[in-house]
Design a protein around this ligand. Structure first.
Ligand code: ZN
Ligand code: ZN
Ligand code: FE
Length: 751
């Protein structure tokens, strides 16, 4: 017989390859191909050595790609063949090698898989009704990891010593829990405990779930610790409970997300499209905004005044048990004080949540990294993020090119995320939120430090917003001066445009970026927000923008649409506006309006703004839809539902000398005697016309970024009209300020 040439192959894989059952998968595969050697996790990913015939090894590698575990994602691979043999006698999984470089991906927390669910409800299974059931394909990851590599002792599962049964599963390569780091059972794993808010233990384990059921059905509000933090939970069909929750949380209108036991139930309460169904049932289990059905038993107070509802499915065994046992749709809202981070620790829960709730369900598996639920929606089978967090973070976004240096981007002020740029990847943090409160600022710093530790990363350069008073800017200034590294600041809307370019893998093309949002600090010191930028990676040219108006009272105007409406009326009619019989004028006393006029005339505390987000507010006020707002983006959310697709015309406008003039738009609107829905439709149609008109002036792809482009009506119209032009939308980051950090990461790389 011919002697075949045996070679040794050194295979290195990077990507989402740890904590996904990759090593046991490779182990089984190697045995199938009768290859000897070993596999281990190192700081870069998975490292494999095998000895065998070259052809067999190549088939083996092909099978790695074709059959890899469902959560694995290979970003890069290198293979080296050597004739120097080590004569391995078997195939082994070796201990992790904690290397200095830590470029492996940390996986997000993944919802309970079907096999685990089957066991959860199987009375003969040893994990029957066990709230921490998980396996190699599901369970917590990012929320429990302290450092890399992802091994049990580097997670908050360290304190639980596996029982012999669990240990056997964990060490048996043929078991589906082989090396499942959070593996646990009722004998050895975490437990749940139900307490009163004053820390009196009521019950634990299954009994706790039983009592919780009766509490919820009686209308009580309970705090429940889940994967990335605590939720406040109540029966979503009980008006009194939902009102009480609003009252206690001082959150009067912002919609609450509702968790349903399955997709069938969701369809009774809402109208998901086929594509929405894919999003709802995905392994990430985000909150999906879908159309709400009328006349269900759901409380009207869940999402007042809007025709949409945020729905999601249970993603941890605790949630599954709660939904199954109560048989009710449940309000599941992040447990936090407004503008503070979601509560994640047991002590913190007793301290901070006792005003909201009477009972607290805790467990003893600590949450290392807090992660809020993600929120998404779809328009014409395109998915848009509103918040990218649990289930997605902290997987990286691939950049269109390699970065010259290591970048830390600190985001803006609202909906903050931070990002680390290394090579051709941006690792974007979970949602941090608005940096309004001391504890959210602390959380921001903690998350930066966690990223430093997890990735063993230190930046060469830090990028912040241009706004001098943003907490993130101030932090970046101090940090860079302490460590003597470079700080660069990038204009807010250009960062939006850059994030859009990165998101669409734009190389060196120029694009026309339409960046419309609430407000951002402009290069001229004014508050921008209705911008058309012609840009590439080297810089931008602000080719058009909405004409400035004065934001009466600055920050105050953000919560009071009537101030924006008045300002625009003053701009158009001068002092005559005082005599107009219009909702924002009627709203306030004669004296007040006189003083508003003086403020406006003298420009006191009234910065100039070009924000389209604020123009939506003005329309909401003029049509008497809203005079005050209780959450960001509310007027847009409410206005959306009035849109009528049969209305095809629009109001007048002027595009002149780089300015979008909307005085006539508002005059048309004010004197339009049609119904609200017609006026709303004409206004939104006007915005679309403006975009199309400006687009015609440039032979460039046109992209959309900024919070205004979370408006589904606007997106829908653009996607319909966009077949002639190349239109670019966000894909991997939200259009809102949650995407700013991605844009900041790639700033200044070509100068
Ligand atoms: Zn599982
Ligand atoms: Zn066990
Ligand atoms: Fe913005």
């Amino acid at each position: 017989m011919e002697c075949l040439l045996i070679k040794r192959a050194i295979i290195k894989l990077t990507g989402a390859v740890q904590g996904v059952g990759f090593r046991p998968f490779v182990y089984n595969l190697a045995r199938r191909y009768r290859l000897n050697g070993f596999v281990l996790n190192d700081g870069k990913g998975v490292f494999i050595e095998v000895e065998g015939e070259e052809k067999v090894i190549k088939d083996f590698i092909l099978s790695i790609h074709n059959e890899k575990p469902r959560l694995a994602n290979i970003f890069s691979q290198s293979v080296e063949f050597s004739e120097e043999l080590k004569n391995y006698e078997d195939f082994k999984i070796l201990e992790s090698n904690s290397n200095t470089e830590k470029n492996v991906f940390i996986l997000p927390d993944i919802s309970t898989c079907d096999e685990c669910l089957r066991e959860l409800y199987d009375p003969s299974d040893r994990r029957y009704m066990y709230p921490f059931i998980n396996c190699t394909n599901c369970g917590p990851r990012f929320s429990i990891i302290k450092k890399l590599p992802y091994d049990r002792e580097n997670t908050t599962m360290k304190k639980f010593k596996m029982c012999p049964e669990c240990k056997r599963e964990y060490t048996d390569p043929s078991n589906r829990r082989f090396h499942a780091q959070p593996n646990a059972c009722p004998v050895c794993g975490p437990e749940i405990f139900l307490y009163t808010k004053d820390k009196q233990l009521i019950a634990k384990s299954l009994e706790a779930i039983e009592i919780l059921k009766s509490l919820i059905l009686k209308g009580k509000i309970v705090a429940v610790k889940g994967i990335g933090g605590f939720h406040l939970v109540c029966d979503a069909t009980n008006d009194t409970s939902v009102s009480t929750l609003r009252e206690r949380k001082k959150r009067f209108e912002k919609p609450f997300a509702v968790m349903f036991k399955d997709l069938e139930t969701i369809k009774k309460y809402g109208e998901p499209s086929d594509f929405d169904e894919i999003l709802i049932t995905s392994a990430e289990k985000p909150i999906v905004l879908i159309k709400k059905r009328e006349n269900t038993d759901l409380s009207d107070k869940i999402a007042p005044d809007i025709d949409k509802i945020g729905v999601f499915l249970p993603y941890s065994p605790i949630h599954h048990l709660l939904l199954t046992i109560t048989g009710k749709p449940l309000v599941m809202t992040s447990a936090n004080l407004s503008d503070e981070p979601i509560v994640k620790d047991n002590d913190e829960a007793f301290e901070k949540l006792s005003n909201f709730t009477d009972y607290i369900l805790i467990h003893n598996r600590d949450i290392k990294n807090r992660v809020d639920d993600s929120v998404v929606f779809s328009v014409k089978d395109k998915m848009f993020f509103i918040r990218k967090s649990r289930g997605y973070a902290p997987l990286p976004v691939k950049l269109p090119f390699k970065l010259k240096n290591k970048v830390l981007a600190v985001g803006g002020h609202q909906k903050v995320t931070i990002a680390f740029g290394i090579d051709d990847k941006a690792f974007i943090s979970q949602h941090i939120g608005d940096l309004e409160t001391v504890s959210s600022q602390q959380n921001f710093e903690e998350i930066i430090n966690t990223f430093f530790e997890l990735y063993n990363f230190f930046p060469d350069v830090v990028v912040s917003d241009l706004h001098p008073f943003y907490y993130s800017t101030k932090w970046a200034k101090e940090f860079t001066s302490n460590f003597d590294i470079k700080l660069i600041q990038v204009q807010h809307h250009y960062a939006h445009a850059l994030s859009l370019m990165a998101d669409n893998q734009i190389q060196n093309e120029k694009i026309l970026a339409v960046c419309w949002d609430g407000t951002g600090y402009g290069a001229d010191g004014n508050l921008w927000g209705g911008e058309f930028l012609v840009c590439d990676y080297t810089g931008f040219n602000r080719v058009f923008h909405f004409d400035y108006f004065k934001l009466l009272g600055g920050e105050k105007a953000v919560k009071e649409p009537k101030r924006v409406a008045l300002s625009i009326l003053f701009k158009i009619f001068g002092k005559d506006a005082l005599n107009l019989n219009l909702p924002p004028v009627r709203e306030i006393s004669e004296k007040q309006i006189e003083s508003f006029y003086i403020i406006w005339e003298k420009g006191l505390k009234s910065p100039l703004s070009s924000s389209v987000g604020r123009l939506f507010d003005a329309v909401a006020s003029l049509l008497n839809i809203r005079q005050t707002l209780s959450y960001e983006g509310q007027s847009g959310m409410i206005i959306e539902k009035f849109y009528d697709h049969t209305v095809k015309d629009h109001y007048s406008y002027e595009i002149k000398n780089g300015l979008i003039k909307y005085d006539n738009t508002f005059i048309d609107l004010i004197f339009d005697k049609s119904e609200v829905s017609v006026k709303v439709s004409r206004f939104i149609n006007t915005l679309v016309r403006i975009i199309l008109d400006v687009s015609k002036e440039f032979d460039l792809p046109v992209g959309f970024s900024g919070g205004v482009f979370q408006n589904r009506v606007l997106l829908n119209l653009l996607i319909e009209k966009g077949n002639k032009k190349k239109f670019l939308y966000h894909k991997n980051v939200p259009p809102n300020d949650g995407g700013i950090s991605l844009g900041q990461v790639i700033y200044n790389q070509f100068l």
